[in-house]
Ligand binder design. Sequence first.
Ligand SMILES: [Zn+2]
Length: 290
Amino acid sequence: MEQVTPNIWTETRVRGCNPSFVTTSDGVVVIDTPQLPTKAVAMRTEAEHHGPIRYVINTEHHVDHIFGNHWFKGAGTVVHHQGVHDRFMVVFPELDPFAYALEAIPTDDPEGAALVPDRETYYADLNKYGLVFTGDLTLHVGDHTFQLLHTPGHTPGQAAVYVPEERAVFTGDTVFCDCQTWLMTSDVDQWIAALDRIRALDVDHLIPGHGPVTTLAYLATQRAMLLEWKTAVAVAVANGWSREETVARVNFADRYPVDIGQGYMMDYIQRLNAGSLWDKLTAVQVSAAP
Ligand SMILES: [Zn+2]
C-alpha cells in the first residue's frame, strides 16, 4: 500500500476502489474495503499490524466499496450513512452486486475464489450492521478526528471523510482522478455542491475513490467533466435527439481510461452515463401545489 502521510495508507493500484486506513493512538480506522478477497484479507492483516481496527467506514453503497466488508467481520464497528445502509448489496435492475463482484475474480484474483462463500451464506452474514447516521457524523479515535460529511451526488448516501490532523480528505467516488466518471446512479447538481463542500476544507491530500492521490486542485477538473456530460446531453435533448441517438452520439471515451481492471466496461459506462442523463433531463418535473 502507498503511504500518504505518517498515518494514512491507501491502495490505488488494484481493481476496485481505493481502500485505505488511518492509524491513531488508539487503533486503526478503515475507509472502504477491497473488492478482491485476497486483498481484503491482506489489508486487514496489514491494518491490524498497527493496532486493533476500531471502525470500518463505507463511503458509498457501490459494490467495489463494500463487498470486502465480509472479510472484516469482527474488526471494529461498521459505519455508514443511512443511504448506504438502505442499498447495501441490494440487487438493482442495472446491477447485481454479488454477481458483479464475482465477475472480477477469475481475471483479477483467482486465488480469492476459495475465500468467497456462496451467495446465500454471504447474504446471511452481511457485515453491514453497526453505526448508521444521517446528516454528518464526527468520530474521535485516539488523537484523531474523523468528520464524515454527507456529500450526496455520486450516490445518495455518499460520505467524505475529513481527517484534519492529517490534512487529508477521503472523497470516495465524488472524485474519479484521471479515470472515467461513473454517473448513472447520480444527481449531478448535488454532486457539484459536494465538490464545493470539499473544496472548502483545509487539506493537502485528497484521496479519491478511484485513481491516484491528488489535491483540491483536481476538484475543478472533476466539476468540468460533470458539466461537460450534463451539457452535452442537454444539447442533445434540445436538438430533439432520441435516447438511442443520444447514447450513440454522446461519448467521452477518449477523455480518460477506465480505472484498473475495468477497461472492458468503457462502452457500458458511456451508454449508461448518457442514457441516465437523458432520462433525467427529459423527465417531467411535477411540483407540489403550494
Ligand atoms: Zn461509486
